[in-house]
Design a protein around this ligand. Structure first.
Ligand code: HEM
Length: 498
């Protein structure tokens, strides 16, 4: 009896493997893109990717070209790093690729696709309009002032660290900087850098831990997302993620209630007020989820880029010095240090200096080229069968924009693995530089991110020399997660003389 049951199970497994092998190795058309010759049952080509899938995908692009197909577990996937095809898909045919794949992780993180980042088409259009509208209504000057104020706060922390010669931890501090910008813009809330600081909304610091936790659980690469047979093994992880996300939503509800209580429709004080007013008293779930999305989307992304910046500056002191000279020159050009208006908040370099500091801009671009924090963007899914150029893409295909592959392609960038900011000084590389993606569903926070990254990086460069703790190069190994980040490290700061 037992043997018979074992036999039945073995037959089922065998049958499933044959079915899976046949399905994955059958062409959809005579116009499929190139890809691996043999797909394995169940896993497809997963074995060709490592724990750092962006590197695996880029290696495959070297073999199959800028557009290729493969099976990532159960999912037929097309990976694109050719700038021509990226534009055809994400820009010209955006409507057909507007949705995100329905993976278990996305399902939980998005409350069944009712948020903004993962929302399905109809809901997405409504949410995107709501948030984009609120961003537009929040005046540029207001955003600049918020960024300048937060930059001044972190400069004080860095100055203290330089004076006391204590180690400075980029990860923890830049996270607070990014989060303070987004939470000031959206919720009029800030978190403290140390326990002595008394700020409005004293519990807000807890949300940072909570975001960290949810981000950690939702890390890309959950095997249950790729292979549905494995989903039961990740049931508990998904359940915990849902519970932790609910806590974030509860917190968001408190902020919402507070906003409702103090709402002046004629005089909205922040982005959340704008969203609440535009939603006209409806869609509480949507508003709360959009609030969480903005915190999630606006924190680890920019802060990881700034972490890469201090790491690379410690490793390339000659680049730091060259940038410092440029910034000194710029200050001289505008008549010295004396810009003391409200928006400046005491910073030595302003957002308005950006156009006049091409080398600093080039450093930032080179860092986002070399270490794009979202190296595979956020995946999309084909709505209907479509021809893109000579290639057929069937409905349901998962689409990956391989930003890492695009940024590391030697046909666009000489010595793509080397850090050479100069390459961006005379050439914008516009067609093959896309850290924020492209098209109607590209990064909604791009302008804020660029502003906050420039402001802090330029002010760090003018105020400090960044050094590694032991005088050696800091390890620049990439760790893969929802955002690609460096191994946690400390730096030493040396104050530059004015
Ligand atoms: C270095 C900083 C950042 C990078 C590199 C980055 C990159 C990206 C990328 C690649 C996408 C996917 C777009 C697509 O599917 O085509 C995205 C989406 C998104 N980002 Fe960012 N991002 C950054 C900062 C931010 C910030 C600061 C915010 C919030 C203020 C933000 C909010 C969003 C949102 C809401 C989406 C989803 C858009 C949608 O689905 O309509 N991001 N981002």
């Amino acid at each position: 009896m037992t043997i018979t049951l074992v036999n039945v199970i073995l037959y089922i497994i065998l049958f499933y493997c044959i079915y899976s092998f046949a399905k994955k190795n059958k062409a959809f058309s005579t116009n499929d893109p190139p890809g691996p010759k043999i797909e394995l049952p169940i896993i497809g080509s997963l074995h060709l990717l490592s724990s750092k899938p962006h590197l695996g995908f880029t290696k495959l692009a070297q073999k199959f070209g800028g557009i290729y197909k493969l099976w990532v577990g159960d999912h037929y996937t097309i990976v694109v790093s050719d700038p021509h095809y990226i534009r055809e898909i994400w820009l010209k045919n955006n409507d057909n690729f507007i949705n995100r794949p329905k993976s278990p992780t996305f399902t939980v993180l998005s409350g069944n696709f009712t948020n903004l980042v993962c929302a399905s088409e109809k809901i997405w259009r409504h949410r995107r309009d709501l948030v984009a509208g609120a961003f537009t209504k929040t005046k540029l000057k207001t955003t600049q002032t918020i960024v300048a104020k937060q930059c001044q706060r972190i400069m004080k922390q860095m100055m203290l660290s330089a004076e006391k010669k204590t180690l400075f931890n980029p990860k923890m501090n830049f996270k607070k900087y990014s989060m303070n910008i987004i939470s000031s813009m959206v919720f009029s809330r800030e978190i403290a850098y140390d326990d002595g600081e008394v700020l409005f909304g004293k519990d807000f610091g807890n949300i940072l831990k909570q975001i960290e936790y949810v981000f950690g659980l939702g890390k890309a690469g959950n095997p249950g997302d790729a292979i549905s047979l494995l989903q039961p093994f990740f049931y508990y992880q998904m359940k915990v993620m849902g519970t932790e996300l609910d806590k974030l939503l509860e917190f968001m509800k408190e902020i919402y209630d507070d906003h409702i209580l103090n709402l002046d429709p004629e005089n909205p004080k922040d982005l959340f007020d704008h969203i609440i007013i535009d939603a006209d008293g409806k869609d509480l779930n949507g508003i709360l989820r959009v609030g969480v999305d903005l915190l999630l989307g606006g924190t680890d992304t920019s802060s990881n880029t700034i972490e890469w910046f201090t790491l690379m500056m410690a490793n390339y002191p000659e680049v730091q010095d060259k940038a410092y000279q440029e910034l000194q020159y710029r200050i001289g050009q505008r008549g010295g240090e004396t810009i003391e208006d409200q928006e400046n908040c005491g910073n030595r370099i302003l957002v308005s200096d950006r156009l006049e500091t091409p080398y600093v801009n080039a450093i930032i671009k080179e860092i986002m080229r070399l270490h794009p924090i979202g190296p595979l963007g956020i995946p999309r899914m084909a709505k209907e069968d479509i021809m893109i150029g000579e290639y057929f893409i069937p409905a349901g295909t998962h689409m990956i924009q391989n930003i890492h592959g695009l940024h590391h392609d030697p046909s666009h960038y000489d010595q793509p693995e080397s850090f050479i900011p100069e390459r961006f000084v005379h050439d914008n590389h516009t067609s093959h530089y896309l850290p924020f993606s492209i098209g109607a569903r590209n990064c909604l926070g791009m302008q804020v991110a660029e502003m906050e990254i420039y402001t802090i990086c330029a002010n760090i460069l003018i105020n400090f020399k960044i050094k590694s703790v032991d005088g050696k190069q800091i390890d620049d190994t990439e760790l893969f997660g929802l955002a690609v980040h460096p191994i946690d490290y400390n730096i030493l700061l040396e104050k530059r003389s004015i």
